[in-house]
Design a binder for this molecule. Sequence first.
Ligand SMILES: [Mg+2]
Length: 343
Amino acid sequence: MNREELNAATERLKNFPRKKKFLIAIDSDGCVFDSMNPKQIVVFHAKIMEFHQLWGIESYLREVAEFVNLFSRTRGCNRFIALQHIYRFLTEIPEIKQVIMEQGITLPDTTTLDAYIKKYKDISLGNPTLEEYVQERRESSLSKLLTWSKAVNSTVAAKIKNIPPFHHVREALALASENADLIVVSQTPYEALGREWKEHNLNNYVRVIAGQEMGKKEEHIRIAARGKYKSDEMLMLGDAPGDRRAAEANGALFCPIIPGKETQSWKRLVEEALPRFFEKTFAGSYQKELMAEFDQALPSKPPWQELNYDHRTSYRERQPLRKAMYERFDPQGRLLIMEEEDK
Ligand SMILES: [Mg+2]
């Protein structure tokens, strides 16, 4: 990474001069760029099955993992915590027990994963601390976890490239920047962010790009805003509950980019939400409507806990998305396609 560039960006964030009346903070992954879907569907979930020989329960594993990482309140959570959720949920689906028995599959034992999370969750969960823990405990299940995590990183770097922004993003940024100072707030490394925003010529719309090295999203907004904007003059755009919390911690308004409806969300931003924000009619009932839609897109109750749950129907619902991701990022990759049941 270019240290000087990072230092310059950090200085720009600290000395952020207000130029426009409004401030808009924008998350990047899964919000501006469609990077969450391919990373999770094509890489994370496939690597879990590859490492633990779980292809025999592919449809269940994909459904559970997509719920945890993409389509529920835990969207965007840490990868190790996601694994905990996934393995726990897998034991919860009644019909899966039978499939596991029939196929002679063993679900991974999570004892060492649980111990790692317990020890490091308040410090940092990531490859550097996991490496430390592997040295300390020297257990094969931990080494395997680390190898999985590294394989995920290298496969993401190799396969998930040149991701375009969602439709209407450019239009929205152009409109937003007329009246607002724009900043990118993200937990992605600064180098990757700079590259992605430049690659698509979006960097000229934003004043500062803040990455994981410059603190949490909540802190990025606090440092940039520093009492320069009123509450109803600050807006955060994001796709995960964590983004909403970053906005709320700063008293800012929040406009969701709804997972699964990103294009419509950006279009709505251009046509409705931004004009409302600038006219100060965004807060109140309009924001509440958007929040209700966001909550509905990210439920806390999984589909398999609903009455009338049918696994096949449920799996097929997201099949077009999976197919699109594999066709684009890993055409030779392994993906179970469920045909409509013969009548
Ligand atoms: Mg995001």
